[in-house]
Design a protein around this ligand. Sequence first.
Ligand SMILES: [Zn+2]
Length: 693
Amino acid sequence: MKRIFRLFPVFLLLSGTSCQTRIPVEEVLLPRPMQIERQRGNLPLKEPLQLSIEAPDTTVARLRHSLPACGLPLDADLRPVHSATPPRPTDNRPTLRLRIADDARLPASEEGYRLTISRRGIELSARGEAGLFYGFQTLRQLHDRYGDRLPALEITDAPRFAYRGLHLDVSRHFFDAEFVKKQLRMMAALKLNRFHWHLTDGAGWRLAIDRYPELTERAAWRQGATWQAWRDGGQRYSRRGDPQASGGYYTKEEIREVVACADSLHITIIPEIEFPSHSEEVLAVYPALSCSGRPGTTGDFCIGSEATFEFLENVLTEVLELFPSAMIHIGGDEAAKTGWATCPKCRERMRREGLTSTDELQSYAIRRIGRFLAEHGRRMIGWDEILDGGLAPGAVVMSWRGEEGGRKAAAAGHDVVMTPGSHCYLDGYQDNPTTEPQAFSGYLPLRKVYAYDPAPASMPGRERVLGVQANLWTEYIPTPEQAEYMLYPRLFALAEVAWSTPEGKDYADFHRRALWLTERARAAGYRTFDLAHEQGERLESLAETDHLARGCRVDYAAPWSEQYAAGGDGALTDGVRGSWSYGTRWQGFLACDVDVTLDLGEIRPLREVTADFIQWYSAWIWLPRRVEISVSDDGQEFRPLATLTNDYPEEAERPAYRAFGWQGSDRGRYIRYRALRNGRPGGWLFTDEIIVR
Ligand SMILES: [Zn+2]
C-alpha cells in the first residue's frame, strides 16, 4: 500500500473562497454533525499553523504524508511535535493539534471525533485514525465555506451507523478504475465507508481471474455498446480485441490500486460475485456449469454439479487475495430455479441432501458458500433472497425488495443492511420523467431519499441494522457523466441518513446545504444533477382537483387491479391525482380496458370530459390505443362525444403522461369513458381521475 494517504480528497482545488463568516455553521456541514456549539470569535488563517501530533508512529507517518494536501496553511517544516509536547510558549502562532486519545469526553465510536476551533488554533481529537479522518472532512468543509477565517466552535460528532454504503454496478456498463477512485474520494468527503462493487452479472464479467482466462477473454465483452443494444440484439457475447466488442475488466493491478486508494480513504470495498444466478456471462463461456450444458440457456448455475462449487471456490480464492474486506457479497438474488427442478444432477443433489424444494436447493448452495467463506475468515453477505429456504447464522442480509426481508432477517437474529428499492435505488428518475434522461423505473427525488429511516424506533430488532446503502444499477447509465448525474446530490441525502441522527431532520435545512455542496462538486468536476433547477413533483398531484363529477358514483364494466387500487371505487372521482410515480394514486387496470360510467346525479351542461393516462415501458404500462367518450340522459342510450387515438409510440421507453379528452358544448347525466388497451400481453392501463366540467 504505497499510496499517499490523502485527507482532503475532493475539494482540494476549492480553497480560497471569500470570507463567509456570517453563514451559520449549522448551514454548512453535510452530513450534519451530532453536536455543534458556535463560540465567539474566529481563527484567521493568515500565518502557517504549528503542527503537533499525538498518535502512534504509524498514524504520524501517514498523516505527515497527507498533511501538505490538506489545504490549510501549515508550517513548512512538517516535522511533527511528537507526543504531548506543547508548542513553545514563546511562540504565539496558532496550532493545529491532532490527538489520538482515550479521552472520556470523546464519542465512543472509533469514527467519532471532537473538533475545536478557537483563536489559539485547531484541536482535533479522536479515539482512532478514522475519527481523525472524519474530523478532517468536517474541517475541510468549513475551510471551503469560510475561507481563511474559520469560525470558533466546538463539534462533537459520531456516525449513527457503522455501515454507510454505496453500490456500483459495473457489469451493465463498465466504468474504469479512475472513475471508481473519483467516486471513492467523494464518498470519503461524505463520510461513507463501504463500497459495494457489483463486479459480475449477465451483461459482463469485470474482474481478472488467473485460473479462468475465458472470463476476461470473452465473458467481459459483448456485442452492443449499451446494455439496451445488447439486450435488443439477443444478448450476444464477443471476444477481447474483436472490432465489435464492447466492455472491459479490471486487471489485478488495477484492483489492488483501487483497494489501496479506498484504504487510504477509510473505505472498505466489498466485492460481489453473483451466485447462483445472474451468471449468463459465465455460463456462456463455461456452459458445462449450467444444468443444460448448453450456452445461452440460463443465468443459473447447476447446483447438482460439483464443478459449480469448484469453480466458485477457485474464483473466490483469488477474490479473497485481492480484497481484505471482512464481508464478501455472493449475490443470491433472482434465481429462476426452473432448470433445477428437472435437471437430473440437481434432483439427485436434492434427494441426497433431503431437500424438498428448489428454494431449499438454493439455501443449500448459499450455506455451502457461506461455510467456505467462514473457513477463510470472512463473512457472507447477500441480497435478501438468501433468506429463502433458511439461512446460516452469521450471514448478513441486504434488504432490497422493500424492507420486509431486512425486518425478517433482523427478527431472526441476522445483521442487516437496508437498501430498499423505494428509497435507495438511485437508478430511478430524480425529477420530471418526461424531461429527464432515460432512467429505470420509479421516481425517487432527493426529498424521498432524505426522508428514509433505515431503523425507525418502531422496528423490532432495529439494533441488527448495521446501516444503509445507496445502489446504482446501470442498465440505463452508459456513461460516467450519467452515473455522476444519478449519484449526486442523492448520495448526499443517503450520507446524511447514514451518518446523522434522525432527530432534528429538516428537509429545507438539508436542501440548502445540498445546494451548496452540489455547486462545489460541480466546480470540482463532478457532473451532478442541477438541483438549483429541480422541477419537483407533478403539479396535478400537489392539490386536489375540483370538478363536476367529484364524489360521483362510478360503475366499472371491468375491475381495477387490487395491486394498484389507488383508493378503490371512488378513485377516479375523488379529486386526488397521481404523482410522477405510477405507484401513487394511479388506478391500474391489468389486461383489460378501462370502461367506466359516471353518474352526475342530474342532467348537467357539459363542456369538458378528460382523463390522464401514463406510459411506462419498463413497467409495461401503456397509453390507451383509443378512447371513446359518450353521454346519456337516462343511462341507457348513449351518444358519442369524441373518439381519440394515441399517437405516442408504443416502443418509446421514455415515460409519458397524456390527457385524452373532449371539449365542446353538450348536456347529459351519465358519462361513459372507455379507454382501449393496445393488446400487449400482460399490459397495464393507468389513469387517475375522470374530470368533468
Ligand atoms: Zn442442475
